[in-house]
Structure formats: C-alpha cells, structure tokens
Design a binder for this molecule. Sequence first.
Ligand code: DUT
Ligand code: MG
Length: 241
Amino acid sequence: IPLRGYITFKDVNFGYDEGKRVLKNINLYAKPGQKIAFVGSTGAGKTTVTNLINRFYEINDGTILFDGIDIRRINKHDLRSTMSIVLQDVHLFEGTIKDNIRYGRLDATDEEIIEAAKLANAHYFIKNLPNGYDTMLTADGMNLSQGERQLLSIARAAVADPTILILDEATSSVDTRTEKLIVEGMDKLMEGRTTFVIAHRLSTVRDSDAIMVLEHGEIIERGDHEELMNLKGRYYELNTG
Ligand code: DUT
Ligand code: MG
C-alpha cells in the first residue's frame, strides 16, 4: 500500500544520551501538501526532529505515526524510500550527472531524468555543459558550484518521487538568480508532498502552513507567519533581528 504522507508526533521525548533530553513533549501533525517549518537557535533540536522521522535514531518515549502506523512497525528501508532529503550536504559520487540524478532509482529512464532536471530548473545549466548529462562529476562534485549542486539535489528528489520531503536548507549563500531557480524548483517539487523545512532564509519559512519555533527541544510557539508575528514573541524577534 503506498504511504500517503500523514505524519503525527505524539508526546515525543528524545535524547541521544541517557539523561539529556534533546526533544521534549513534541506534538505535531502534518498532511500531504503541507509545509511545516522548524526555526530556532543552533542546538534547539531542528535536525533531530528529522532524524527521528527517517529513523536514523529511535525514540525512547512517545509515538511517531506515518499514515496512522507506528513508524517502528515500518521496515526502515521501506520508510526511507518514501523520503528525500534535499539541499544540504548533497552526496554526489564519481559518475555522470545522469547517474547522480538517477541515484537510487536505478530503473529511471533518460526521459524521466531529463523531466526531473527540468522541474528542478537544473536542465538549463546541464545542457550547457560540453558533455551535457554525460558530464563526469568528481566524488565530491567539486566541479560544480554550490548552487548547481543544490539544483541537482532537487532533480534527484524529483526522480525519487518521495512522499515526504525534508528540506535542510544550506546556510551558504548562492547568487540571486540561482536562488530564484532553487526556490522555484523546490516549490514545484513540494506540490502534493508533506514537506518539513529547516530553513535559514526567512523567505522560505514565510509561506509555510505551520511554523514551529524550537527552543531547548521544546516547541515554544506555533502558527503561520502572520499569527507568529502578531504574537510578538521569539519568532517576531528572529524576524526583526
Ligand atoms: N546532539 C547530540 N548528538 C548528535 C546530534 C545532536 O548530542 O548526534 C545534540 C546537540 C544539541 C541537540 O542535540 O544539543 C540538538 O541538536 P540538533 O542538531 O537537532 O540542533 P539544530 O537545531 O539542528 O541546530 P543547528 O541549527 O545548529 O543545525
Ligand atoms: Mg541542524
């Protein structure tokens, strides 16, 4: 049965080590097509939330449901094959651009790869390379710019066609034109999927369905941009600097 992308956290507590709780009483609900953003200072627990969704770590207290099923009862491989992590630390390997986009979807055809690259706004830079989709990348993708690597990451996720998207936004900046391409590509990719965003650009957060402000592992504020601005609390502070 294909998973649809309803995610629920019920009273989730978590610590990497005994004794130190990193997440405290986390409750949230996300459905397909929704974008949920996590903001908060460094060490607040934002990445930890996404580490739990894909079961890189197991929770010790509370429940995480995926379409109503306890994620501990879903095979890890099946679970992860429904998810894509986009943008941060794109893992590129030595091989062609085509193979790097195809990644785990070994059955993806050339047409599907090009279609994904077009959706991701990556097609334009790829077709301008001397060898196009057959261009060889070095193991770390160092022959590409930071922005180009991010566009490839979006194309890879588009080919994977995941139910859940985790967008861990890179802190390093790209030029305005590339930034526009990335934002457009991401918007198309997110359509109909459940998206969790760890964002550094306030512009990425603004149009989220729900924003969770994390502090010391607790959700201290939640709401959309307007609601949180009106609250004049932590989110407002983050926005007004
Ligand atoms: N932590 C560990 N072990 C790990 C990862 C994190 O003990 O393997 C701690 C560090 C921190 C807390 O968990 O005190 C939350 O870390 P997380 O990486 O979730 O924080 P963040 O909100 O993602 O911070 P940043 O904005 O710096 O990415
Ligand atoms: Mg983090």
